[in-house]
Design a protein around this ligand. Structure first.
Ligand code: SF4
Ligand code: SF4
Length: 186
């Protein structure tokens, strides 16, 4: 036999949370019609950065791929030549893919990259209706050309050696405006 409390009070008390919430301001976000900015250091889609003359920072070393715990990165390097140069130094990333079906956005690949070629943006809309489109190619990941940049291949404009680029020998690189544009540098 239920007690008086169980018969009368408990059913009303069950609605207590409902009644209290009815008078609070709704916190519903109207996504995707209204998009809230992410935290500045949010780990979103990756970006392959460029030097200020447009050459690619990626040297195809594959360290990002080896660091990835989800085996989400695939890199194939090729050699630069004086006639066909994509990055300072010997090699560049001819094929660069990130599989966002696997990626857990941990950022370990960014930590492993020796040239700051790879950073992460705040872009989080990485859903699609088929698996193939979630394998991002180099063309999807490369940073856009900014004013003053040339589309590679082209000769090195910021120095005669890759060391000049890394040491900023010509003073062309302002650290605050390096071509990690649009990224959170993580
Ligand atoms: S963020 Fe993490 S899981 Fe994604 S590609 Fe980089 S290392 Fe791999
Ligand atoms: S993104 Fe960085 S770590 Fe990955 S292949 Fe290019 S240079 Fe190497």
């Amino acid at each position: 036999m239920p007690t008086l409390k169980e018969s009368f009070w408990d059913p009303i008390a069950g609605f207590g949370v409902t009644f209290r919430t009815m008078f609070r301001k709704p916190v519903t976000e109207q996504y995707p019609f209204e998009k809230e900015p992410t935290a500045p250091r949010f780990h979103g889609r990756h970006q392959l950065n460029r030097w200020p003359d447009g050459l690619e920072k990626c040297i195809g070393c594959e360290l990002c791929a080896w660091a990835c715990p989800a085996d989400a990165i695939y890199v194939e390097a090729d050699s630069n030549t004086d006639a066909k140069r994509f990055s300072p130094g010997e090699r560049y990333g001819r094929v660069y893919q990130i599989n966002y079906l696997r990626c857990i956005l941990c950022g370990l690949c960014v930590e492993a990259c020796p040239t700051r070629a790879l950073t992460m943006t705040n872009e989080y809309e990485l859903a699609d209706n088929n698996r193939a489109d979630l394998i991002y190619e180099k063309s999807d990941l490369l940073a856009p050309l900014l004013p003053g940049m040339e589309q590679p291949p082209h000769p090195m404009r910021l120095g005669e050696t890759d060391g000049d680029y890394y040491r900023n020998a010509t003073g062309a690189v302002d650290d605050s405006t390096a071509s990690e544009q649009g990224g959170n540098q993580q």
